[in-house]
Structures are given as structure tokens and as C-alpha cells.
Design a protein around this ligand. Sequence first.
Ligand SMILES: Nc1nc2c(ncn2[C@@H]2O[C@H](COP(=O)(O)OP(=O)(O)OP(=O)(O)O)[C@@H](O)[C@H]2O)c(=O)[nH]1
Ligand SMILES: [Mg+2]
Length: 210
Amino acid sequence: MLNMKPGTPLKHSHPVYQQAEFICSVPKMANGPLDSGYEIAFAGRSNAGKSSAINRITHQTGLARTSKTPGRTQHLVFFKLDENHRLVDLPGYGFAKVPGHMRQRWGQHMAQYIENRLALKGIILLMDIRHAMTDLDQRMLDWCDSLQRPVHILLTKADKLKFGAAKTSLLKVQKIISRYNKVSVQMFSSKSGDGLEEVWQILDKWNEYD
Ligand SMILES: Nc1nc2c(ncn2[C@@H]2O[C@H](COP(=O)(O)OP(=O)(O)OP(=O)(O)O)[C@@H](O)[C@H]2O)c(=O)[nH]1
Ligand SMILES: [Mg+2]
């Protein structure tokens, strides 16, 4: 979990997360909302659980579309928290069954967004706790680091592992990220809600809701 002193009371989230509303689903940033205010993007491999995490964080089961079939989210999907704050569900990477030219196109659009979006305050990077830090995840992290983008990793589907195995995965990732400046990590489960308060704390900080 996050590096918090024992006994630090966890804060509940700002009420805006529950008011989240769909704005638009667009193939590229240029078609999206104006680049102003605050945006937090959810990135990660296909099927890692990005859309499920957005639903859990906003307490809305059907807000972001989830699927057992990897590659479900092919657009940049924008959700409004309030006039000045948005969450963004990014297309997943690393799904081998998507034709090469499509993968390349999504990759380019995602890259353009992450490189150029002024409103982007941080990236929630999701990794399945059972297969954390694949080569593509590592490349994503290196790239965000080179852009000085803050990243908070959610090791998702923590409900699928026993505590000991989950902890081993967390320690492994903690060791890898110790060389980066703006990267943190926690366990998370969209199914059980474990880790929800910690992720709200990060979102509140990036959204400057204090
Ligand atoms: N047990 C468990 N299943 C999860 C969890 N999070 C997501 N899933 C399941 O994993 C599958 C993929 O979840 P999505 O949220 O659609 O994944 P995604 O990262 O948005 O996938 P793409 O849009 O394809 O990139 C679905 O079947 C979810 O129900 C979790 O925390 N626990
Ligand atoms: Mg999705």
C-alpha cells in the first residue's frame, strides 16, 4: 500500500467522483474537450481493468464500458467530474489480436495525448497484479518518467491472489519504481473495493481538491 504512517486516518473522497458523467468518446485528442482544467488518465495493458477501476472509483457500475474481451476501449473516453475536472479512459496497449495498423494508430493517439495534453495532471497506470511490469509497462513508465508525468500504479485484481502472493508482487514493483521520482504504487481491487481510499487520495491531490 502507500507509504503512510501507521494510524494515519484515511480520508473519504471528494463527492465529485460520484457525480461523474460521460462526455465523449473520440479517436484522438483533437476531437476531445478543450485542453483546460484538470485531467487524470487511466492507462495500462488491455484487460488490466482500467474501465472497471473508473466505475469503482465513481461508484457507477455502467459508466465506463468493461469487457472480458481485451481491446474493448478503443477511443479516448472522457468523463466529467465538474466543469474543471475530468477522468480519461485510454485505449489499452499490448493486445496482440488487434491488427498491427490499428494498434499503431491507437498507440500514436495515446502517445500524442500523454505527450501534449496540458490538462493532464497524472496517470493512473493499471497492471494486473498477477502479471505486473511487463516490457510494455516498463516502457510506459520510462516514457512517462522522461516526460516528468506523475504516475500512480494500481496493481489490480488483487482479489485474485492470496495476500502473500499479492505482497510479493507489490514488493517487486516497489523495488523497480524506487529509481523513479514521480511514481507510486498500491494494491487495488475493483471487485472488493480494496485500495479505493488510497486511490481517491491520489486523485484528490492531483485534482487539487484539498
Ligand atoms: N476479479 C477481478 N476482476 C476484474 C477486476 N478489474 C477488472 N476485472 C475484470 O477484468 C476484465 C477486464 O476489465 P476492464 O475494466 O474491461 O479492462 P480494461 O483495462 O478497461 O480493458 P480494455 O478496455 O480492453 O483495455 C473484466 O472481465 C472485468 O470484470 C478486479 O479488480 N477483480
Ligand atoms: Mg476499457
